[in-house]
Ligand binder design. Structure first.
Ligand SMILES: [Zn+2]
Length: 264
């Protein structure tokens, strides 16, 4: 039998949730579950260096972006500078630009939303300039994000933890984008309804650790911290739901992620 190999396509192994000294242990636990590629996302400038420091660890990759709530010109220029100043070694393992996009959940004010859109478009231009695929955050702004991407994206697109409706998923699929589903799909009904609509050809798996883990919070207890090894719970979930083997789910989702991120 061919070995199962898995990817965690989007995670945040950064302070204050994870200490740098934990990274090797976390990756060891990931390898034990055959999660061989982990894409660590820094979505604000103060995390860039920390995430880049982790690139010396086998199996860890990076993506640098700007979460929409802090999208402004100053931060965008920090992002640009950081990408341009990457060492050649870092460049080998920095695989995408993101997450970038729109967040209407946290931002309600129209002027601020307009500003998010402006920075989002500029970020897509930057991705084209530096030739990196883009990882998209589109919370409560799925349609608006797709509209902008269809106009502006010139490099491959990954819709991270996407919560669009059937029509929006179809648009993403028709555009050839990949859609990543977080580990919370194991028990969250809403995530399951969305996941059901995503064809295997477009599906990738993510933890979005420390968030969106596979275990519901028990009453009176703290939420358990999610981590890349938990990708196996999503693997089991999709295999059961789609009545195909775990090997098949692993093969397809890993292939999709590898094609998008171009792991080297
Ligand atoms: Zn994230």
């Amino acid at each position: 039998m061919e070995p199962i190999e898995l990817v965690d396509a989007h995670t945040h192994l950064i302070l204050p949730w994870f200490e740098a000294y934990e990274l090797e242990e976390i990756m060891k636990r990931a390898f034990e579950k055959k999660v061989n590629w982990v894409v660590n996302c820094a979505s604000e400038p103060e995390n860039y260096q920390e995430v880049l420091n982790g690139l010396t660890i086998k199996g860890l990759y990076s993506t640098l972006g700007l979460q929409p709530t802090i999208a402004n010109l100053e931060n965008l220029s920090k992002l640009k500078q950081t990408i341009e100043n990457l060492t050649s070694k870092e460049r080998m393992k920095n695989l995408a630009l993101g997450e970038v996009g729109l967040d209407y959940y946290w931002v309600k004010e129209e002027k601020e939303r307009d500003n998010q859109a402006i920075i989002f478009e500029k970020a897509l231009e930057l991705a084209h300039e530096v030739n990196l695929p883009v990882v998209i955050h589109s919370r409560d702004a799925e349609k608006e994000s797709i509209d902008i991407l269809e106009k502006k994206a010139q490099t491959p697109v990954l819709m991270h933890s996407f919560a669009g409706d059937e029509e929006q998923i179809k648009r993403a699929v028709d555009n050839g984008w990949v859609i990543s589903v977080p580990t919370s799909v194991v028990y969250r009904k809403k995530a399951q309804r969305i996941a059901e609509k995503i064809p295997l050809e477009n599906l990738v798996l993510e933890t979005d650790a420390p968030f969106l883990g596979p275990f519901p919070r028990k009453k009176g207890e703290k939420q358990t911290r999610n981590e890349p090894a938990n990708i196996i719970y999503s693997l089991k979930y999709f295999a059961e739901r789609r009545e195909i083997s775990e090997l098949e789910v692993a093969k397809r989702t890993t292939e999709n992620a590898k094609k998008f991120y171009k792991f080297r």
